[in-house]
Design a protein around this ligand. Structure first.
Ligand code: AMP
Ligand code: MG
Length: 340
């Protein structure tokens, strides 16, 4: 058990913002701030400096293209040309947008990459988040409209049809980056690694003793770094969307960062968090956000219609429901698993 806890300890340290120049007796790890979060990679078989360099430079490249906070990103170029003209983009940006559009359709718009105007209005990840007025929300809601995102594969161009529309890839870009990292590991013949992009985890390969990795599921009511249970995975990713990640409180109400495109407010679905487990991290990232917005019944239907996907739903009353074959072991007795 001690050994198993070791990885969790590393992940906790990583989340707390410490650069892991190698946990004592542990694997060499490296952490850098990128993609708006702390990215920690632990190469368990060998810590080759050139592999770390390649990984982190790819993270920075993805950020430089897909971030909305960097003014010169490709995403902001698309946003600046909303209602004016299509913009040609790099193939990775196009690929992520195609995937985002697919999840928008699959989730009936619960996941919507054109959520940008509402994200800016609430500014929940910024320095001064605030509760907007109903008028402000109503004015922007019509601009959140994934059907008005035009993707032309041949010319690799992207067009937001109406002025004022804006893309935000905060709900999928980290997952994509984790998959890109896995590709770099494969190319470099790395056998086992943990990629942790702000809690978005990709467990690559298996542990040296051939057992699965043990990934902690964050306690959504506690500070970061405490876990309510464990998922055992090999070559899988576990991605969580939850109320605890980014939020502000006003008059005793918590306003978190996952917005419902239906009404423009933080999604209120009775859930504290949803963790999705599957092979590809971009899928898990998009799905966890979509399912959080959809809520349990519709979210479960989406998970069960997707092949090889499992989910752990944690509700406000501390009950937990599992679906789609999630291999989850509860360790916190304050929570309880209930059957579907
Ligand atoms: P995640 O933590 O992956 O669930 O992503 C949340 C982030 O995605 C937010 O900080 C926003 O940048 C963006 N976002 C918020 N609501 C949505 C939504 N309904 N669909 C797509 N992206 C969203
Ligand atoms: Mg997501």
């Amino acid at each position: 058990m001690l050994k198993h806890c070791f990885f969790l300890f590393c992940a906790v340290l990583g989340l707390a913002g410490t650069t892991l120049a190698g946990c004592r007796k542990g694997p060499p790890s490296q952490a850098e701030f990128a993609l708006g979060t702390l990215c920690t990679v632990s190469l368990y078989d060998q810590g080759k400096p050139e592999v770390y360099r390649e990984l982190f430079s790819r993270f920075r490249e993805i950020e430089s293209r897909m971030s909305v906070t960097l003014p010169d990103s490709e995403l902001n170029r698309i946003n600046a040309h909303a209602g004016i003209e299509p913009v040609q983009v790099q193939s990775d940006v196009f690929e992520v947008l195609e995937l985002a559009a697919r999840y928008a359709e699959l989730s009936d718009g619960a996941f919507d990459p054109t959520i940008g105007p509402l994200v800016s209005l609430w500014n929940i990840s910024g320095d001064e988040p605030r509760l907007p007025s109903q008028e402000e929300i109503d004015a922007l809601l019509p601009l959140v409209s994934w059907r008005d995102l035009e993707l032309d594969r041949e010319g690799r161009t992207v067009f937001l049809k109406r002025p004022g529309m804006a893309l935000d890839l905060g709900a999928i870009a980290k997952g994509y980056a984790a998959d890109e990292a896995a590709g770099i590991l494969r190319k470099n013949r790395i056998k086992r690694a943990i990629i942790d992009l702000g809690g978005n985890i990709l467990a690559y390969g298996e542990k040296q003793d051939r057992r699965p990795w043990r990934i902690g599921i964050q306690n959504p009511l506690d500070s970061r770094g405490s876990y309510i249970g464990i998922m055992e995975v090999r070559d899988h990713t576990v991605v969580t969307s939850g109320v605890y990640e980014r939020f502000f409180e006003e008059d005793g109400v918590r306003y978190h960062h996952i917005l419902s495109p239906a009404d423009g407010y933080p999604a209120r679905s009775g859930l504290l968090s949803v963790s999705v487990v599957t092979r590809r991290s971009a899928d898990a990232d998009a799905l966890s956000t979509a399912v959080f917005v959809l809520g349990y019944e519709r979210g479960k239907a989406l998970v069960e219609s997707s092949e090889g996907v499992g989910a752990v739903f944690i509700f406000e009353d501390k009950s937990i429901r599992l679906c789609g074959g999630a291999d989850f072991v509860l360790t916190d007795e304050n929570y309880r698993i209930v059957s579907n």
